[in-house]
Design a binder for this molecule. Structure first.
Ligand SMILES: [Zn+2]
Length: 280
C-alpha cells in the first residue's frame, strides 16, 4: 500500500486509516481471485462471451454465431432492437441450446477441424453420372439476401429469370433463415449434370459448378456452419470431379463482368487456404 501518498498531520492519527485501507485491499484482492476462478468456469461450461465491436448489432453478432438474434437478446436481457455499444460484453449462448428449430436429422457432425458431409449429400455426389473432365471449376456465390430456401430460389429462377432448368446453381447452403444453418440442398443441375446458369458466360457455365450460400455477405459474414458445410461439400466435389483447390473460385474471381459476389465479408483467402487437397 502506498501509505506515503497520504497527507496527514501525524503518524498516530493516520494508523487506523492505514489499517482500514489494508483490510479493504485484502478484501478486494480476495474478491478478485474468487471472481477470476468462478466466472470463466461458468462461461466455459456452456457459453462463450463476446466483446462488442464498433458497428456490431444484436442481429449481426447473432448471425456470425449462427444463433437466432432473439435468443442472443433474451440471454443478455435485451430486446432485439436494443443498441449495443463497443466494449460491451455479451454472453453467446451455446448453439445446442440456442437452436429453437430442431436441427436437421442429418446435420453434419462437427469435429475439431473438418465437418463430415451428410450421407445423403455424399450419395448424391457419388451417384451423379459425372463425365471425366466435365467440370473445371467450383464457383462460390452468395444469394445477396438474408433469407432463402432452395424452393424459393428455384421458383425465382424458373419464373422470373425464365431458366427452364430452374435453379441456376448445383447446390445451395442454408444460413438458418429459411433452410437449416449449414443445410445443403442438391439441385437437378448436379443430379442430371446439366450446364450451370450462374455465370455470365455460357462457355464458363459448361465447365463450372455453382454453389450458392444463403446470405448477404456484403453485410455480414457467412455463419460458421455455412462455411463448414461449404468446405465439406467442396472437398467432396474435388474428389468426385478430380479437381484441386486451384479449381475453387469465388464468383468475383472467375467472372468476366465485375461482381462483388460472394460479398466483401466472405473470407475468401482463409476459406481457400483451409481446403484439403484430395489425394487421388
Ligand atoms: Zn454470384
Amino acid at each position: 500500500m502506498g501509505g506515503g501518498v497520504l497527507i496527514c498531520a501525524g503518524v498516530d492519527r493516520c494508523r487506523p486509516l492505514i489499517q482500514r485501507l489494508k483490510l479493504l485491499a485484502l478484501h478486494t484482492a480476495l474478491w478478485l481471485v474468487a471472481w477470476a476462478v468462478v466466472v470463466p468456469v461458468t462461461l466455459l461450461a456452456s457459453d462463450e462471451s463476446y466483446i462488442v465491436k464498433r458497428g456490431d448489432t444484436i442481429y449481426s453478432i447473432a448471425r456470425s454465431y449462427g444463433i437466432p438474434s432473439t435468443v442472443l437478446a433474451e440471454r443478455n436481457g435485451l430486446s432485439g432492437s436494443s443498441h449495443v455499444y463497443a466494449g460491451q460484453r455479451l454472453v453467446i449462448p451455446a448453439r445446442r441450446t440456442a437452436q429453437r428449430t430442431p436441427a436437421p436429422t442429418e446435420a453434419p457432425a462437427r469435429n475439431s477441424t473438418h465437418t463430415a458431409l451428410p450421407r445423403s449429400i455424399q450419395r448424391a455426389i457419388d451417384i451423379a453420372p459425372v463425365r471425366p473432365g466435365r467440370w473445371q471449376y467450383i464457383v462460390i456465390h452468395h444469394s445477396g439476401v438474408d433469407t432463402g430456401t432452395f424452393k424459393a430460389m428455384d421458383q425465382y429462377h424458373r419464373e422470373v429469370r425464365h431458366m427452364e432448368n430452374g435453379l441456376a446453381y448445383d447446390f445451395v447452403i442454408g444460413n438458418g433463415n429459411g433452410m437449416g444453418d449449414g443445410e445443403i440442398a442438391v439441385s437437378r443441375r448436379w443430379t442430371q449434370q446439366l450446364d450451370g446458369g450462374h455465370l455470365a458466360s455460357e462457355a464458363q457455365n459448361k465447365v463450372a459448378l455453382g454453389i450458392c450460400l444463403v446470405g448477404n455477405f456484403d453485410e455480414r459474414r457467412p455463419t460458421p456452419r455455412e462455411l463448414d458445410g461449404l468446405r465439406a461439400l467442396v472437398e467432396a466435389l474435388m474428389v468426385r470431379c478430380k479437381l484441386t483447390p486451384r479449381a475453387v473460385k469465388t464468383h468475383q474471381q472467375i467472372n468476366i463482368v465485375h461482381t462483388r459476389c460472394p460479398g466483401t465479408k466472405f473470407p475468401t483467402q482463409s476459406f481457400l487456404d483451409s481446403l484439403r487437397s484430395p489425394s487421388h
